[in-house]
Design a protein around this ligand. Structure first.
Ligand code: ATP
Ligand code: MG
Length: 137
């Protein structure tokens, strides 16, 4: 079954949104198959966002991701990559619909609470990066 890498970013953890976010994915019908809380080192954050390394906001993005603990998760279920992005909402909070996580809980693109893989290929890559110890079948 399809899997996605979902990460609650430092602002989401600091604002006590962990339970709310897990609740939304569970309520939709997805299964939590991997979960851990960790402080991210710069190298891992840079690898995770390597595709954005030429963007002007890249160093601010990496600083943000390493600014406090994150909650790393793997969620499983039908079309979880695409639906996960729908549940999360658009990148810019000004464009994310009410009812989505970003639409409901944030106002700044640089502090947008949560990450979700944008394709099945990137999900598989990100799960390998964040869970090198593996995720149970
Ligand atoms: P994520 O990969 O974190 O799930 P996304 O796929 O919606 O977000 P990306 O284009 O992959 O969006 O950008 C990664 C992150 O970089 C965004 O979530 C946001 O925090 C930050 N970001 C994107 N665009 C900007 C911008 N114009 N200014 C500042 N930060 C930005
Ligand atoms: Mg992205």
């Amino acid at each position: 079954s399809e899997r996605s890498y979902i990460m609650i970013k430092p602002d989401g953890v600091q604002r006590n949104l962990v339970g709310e976010i897990i609740k939304r994915f569970e309520a939709k019908g997805y299964k939590l198959v991997g979960l851990k809380m960790l402080m991210v080192d710069r190298g891992l954050a840079e690898k995770h966002y390597a595709d954005l390394s030429s963007k002007p906001f890249f160093s601010a993005l990496v600083d943000y991701i390493i600014s406090g603990p994150v909650v790393s998760m793997v969620w499983e279920g039908r079309e979880v990559v695409k639906m996960g992005r729908t549940i999360i909402g658009a990148t810019k909070p000004s464009e994310s619909a009410p009812g989505t996580i970003r639409g409901d809980f944030c106002i700044e693109v640089g502090r947008n609470v949560i990450h979700g893989s944008d394709s099945v290929e990137s999900a598989n890559h990100e799960i390998g990066l964040w869970f090198p110890e593996g995720v149970a079948e």
